[in-house]
Ligand binder design. Sequence first.
Ligand SMILES: *Cc1c(COP(=O)(O)O)cnc(C)c1O
Length: 437
Amino acid sequence: MPELALLGGDPVRACPFPRWPQGGPADAARLLEVLESGDWGGYPFPNRLAAEVAQRFADLHGARYGCLVANGTIALTAALQASGIRFGDEVIVPAYTWEGTAAAVLAAGGVPIFADIDPDTYCLDPEAARRAITPRTRVLLPVHLAMRFADMDALVRLAVEHDLILIEDCAHAHGGQYKRRGAGSFGDMGCFSFQSSKLMTAGEGGAVITSRLEYFELLQSLVNCGRASLTDQFKRRVVGWNYRITEFQAAILLGQLERLLELAERRSHNAAALSQALQGIPGIRPLPPQPAITREAIYCYVFQYRPTDDRVSRDLFVAALEAEGIPCDGRFYEAVYRSDLFPARAEDFPQLAADRERPLDYRQFDCPVAERAAYREAVWLPQFVLLGDENDVEDIARAVAKVMENRDELAAAGEGRAGLKAMSRAERPRLERQRNY
Ligand SMILES: *Cc1c(COP(=O)(O)O)cnc(C)c1O
């Protein structure tokens, strides 16, 4: 009889983990209020609830101003546009992130330049970022990935030293703090997403926070078809778009904001227990603690698959873990320059050819730490598995231990039909995957 559920054995866990997203009667009441008010849209900007959420969200992170927008990709695009980057300017982004981080740069006329990540945090490596700086570099765009912060001490220093704009992609970091400062408050602007999988969600939505009035005014104009902001001290006239959020989304976000820190604490507590349990499993390495984090934001719990031999691939390990009843993913992200969701060519994005001898070819990038994480090492668990109790944590650790202990079975099957089928599922191109986390 096989042990592993992937090969026909009994799974460690048969019951589901807590649901995500979560809403309740207070959300329903607020939605009904918006419905009956007739004040549904994003104009006049900002609407009552949107204005309230934006301000409270900015306050939570220690920024002066907040501007809500339609989604996180738009938040990044608007922030880049407000930063004043010009066609062909280079923006340094980590190689290991959601494709949207780089796509926003292209949308704003910039050129994403990929730099490698730190092997212990999976966030932008400040030294790799330094090496990527050229005379065309205008912006540093670090991402606070999964459950860690980019090294903000080093990145702020680098930005000051080279006179670069610093924009933080905080799509995973709602409520998080680094040395008691809120995510998104270190640089010029911080960008958040409220897409379904994120730590606060209205199905879709996004926010930009900043402490500079000039950026805030520009953002309001960019978001609202070029119209002047309510304060309009800087009198900057720009072409704008409609990037607005609705009052229905804002109504949902108000409730999400009220629950954010309580849920963050629960995740943090369970994550500590999980790290403790995984620590003792040979071949498994939890991410080392990052003492600079004073309040954790855990968008996904990430650990490293580091077996002493390569008989069983990370993707096959993930397929086996998932079959044990633990929602998880290996190719959650790719090295963006290799991803089939990032077919960026100069024919479509002329800035990749502007003032260059040869157009930028993304195949030339080589970020070994990002590639190792993406294709061989990182295992991602969605945050909702940490919203339950200690039994859930024990199940996860038991399932990981079980798969590691039965790697012989898995290695043997890997050669045969069942293993190959499982692997092909785990290695399916991201283009074909539709999942909500
Ligand atoms: C989700 C996400 C985005 C984009 O946000 P959307 O709301 O989906 O447009 C950008 N960057 C990162 C790192 C993300 O995880």
